[in-house]
Design a protein around this ligand. Structure first.
Ligand SMILES: N[C@@H](CCC(=O)N[C@@H](CS)C(=O)NCC(=O)O)C(=O)O
Length: 190
């Protein structure tokens, strides 16, 4: 079975891309641009919204079931990461101990919901939070402020000597954290 990853370079789909490489399973990449600077299909296009009504990437084809949109298409970065790790337990990317699994969920839920959707959303997609043009700079400032606290929190957790987000083993959380590490450079320069 060959997975198909719908991705955009530098986007949060990078974590899934890394995990596919770690697993070593065959996969195809299909470019769906999340920003306007490239040629090709876009997340906002009608064709992509038929596939994924949420209009976002990453999405992974080849997963039984459907939550709307195309059959066998799984969306939401944490869900995709968990699915791949659970399907390939030999990689050890998902721990066996329920407490460690819960720690993975704790990280990925917070990164997706708070850091990505809220803070980066406010900074990069401020218009999602208000129709008032005058309010956008203040929304971006809120996002930056929250993001500063969130990065400080991540640093404080990692400062206890652990090598990985969930101590003692490399998990799906680490490639996901790498996305936000990489994005920090883009926020500094925007
Ligand atoms: N909750 C989704 C969010 C995915 C998301 O927002 N992806 C961005 C790229 S990092 C995207 O598709 N942006 C395009 C857009 O907002 O139109 C997840 O965690 O996978």
């Amino acid at each position: 079975m060959t997975y198909r990853l719908y991705y955009s370079p530098g986007a949060c789909s990078m974590a899934t891309h890394i995990v596919l490489e770690e697993i070593g399973t065959p996969y195809e990449l299909i470019l769906i641009c999340s920003r306007g600077e490239r040629e090709g299909a876009m997340t906002a296009s009608d064709a992509w919204r038929v596939m994924n009504p949420k209009g976002r990437i990453p999405a992974l084809a080849g997963v039984p079931g459907s939550s709307g949109g195309a059959a066998e298409l799984l969306t939401e970065a944490p869900a995709i990461l968990f699915y791949l790790a659970a399907m390939h337990p030999d990689t050890g990317l998902l721990p066996a101990d329920p407490a460690d699994v819960a720690r993975c969920i704790e990280w990925t839920n917070w990164l997706s919901g708070n850091v990505h959707a809220m803070s980066f959303g406010q900074i990069w997609r401020a218009q999602r939070f208000s129709d008032d043009e005058q309010a956008l700079d203040s929304i971006r400032a809120k996002g930056r402020s929250a993001l500063g606290e969130q990065y400080a929190y991540i640093e404080s957790v990692l400062a206890d000597g652990r090598e990985w987000a969930v101590p003692d083993f490399y998990s799906i959380v680490d490639p996901y954290l790498l996305v936000f590490y990489q994005w920090s450079g883009r926020v500094v320069s925007t």
